[in-house]
Design a protein around this ligand. Structure first.
Ligand code: GNR
Ligand code: NI
Length: 168
């Protein structure tokens, strides 16, 4: 098992669009295990491969209270089921220390594959629906700060740049 370092905004590598997974093999399953370990250690409720500088369409999520219900989404696709929206105060392991309200579609259908290559479909709501959309954004090179005002995004960027300079 291995903990993987997490890229932080405004690292340009977070803007990479991830490629579909084509091989459901032991290498993939080891990567999924390492991503889950990294997510639980952080701690976070989700992690996209983009955040650990692996540009493949892999997401892990656990929104359970007890942190014992890992979910794996490979090559996820989302359909919007209606026009309804929901608001969450979102955070991100790649934007540490900042939380902002993001409005997203509330009712979605997710199609994905698990680490064995089996297809499944979900109609999540609440935090899981928000989290899956947040993670799919990562795979497309987007961050939750792209959904807030330029003013707020600029302020967050400069604070994180200062933090990164202080860490060097
Ligand atoms: O840990 C996380 N919490 C969170 C809270 C509200 C909306 C989305 C998230 S995802 C985040 C982990 C993360 O950065 N995933 O990419
Ligand atoms: Ni995130």
């Amino acid at each position: 098992m291995a903990l993987l370092p997490i890229l932080e905004f405004p690292d340009p590598r977070l803007r990479t669009v991830a490629k579909p997974v084509t091989q459901f093999d032991d290498t993939l399953r080891q990567l999924v295990r390492d991503m889950l370990e990294t997510m639980y250690d952080a701690p976070g409720i989700g992690l996209a491969a983009t955040q650990i500088n692996v540009h493949k369409r892999i997401v892990v999520i656990d929104v359970s209270e007890e942190k014992n219900q890992p979910q794996v989404f490979i090559n996820p696709e989302i359909d919007l089921l209606d026009e309804s929206t929901c608001e969450y105060d979102e955070g991100c392991l790649s934007v540490p220390g900042f939380f902002e309200t993001v409005i997203r579609p509330a009712k979605i259908r997710v199609k994905a594959f698990n680490e064995k290559g089996e297809a499944f479909t979900l109609e999540p709501d609440g935090l899981l629906a928000t989290c899956i959309q947040h993670e799919l954004d990562h795979l497309n090179g987007k961050l939750f700060v792209d959904h807030i005002s330029l003013f707020k995004r600029t302020r967050i960027r400069s604070k994180l740049e200062k933090k990164h300079k202080a860490e060097k």
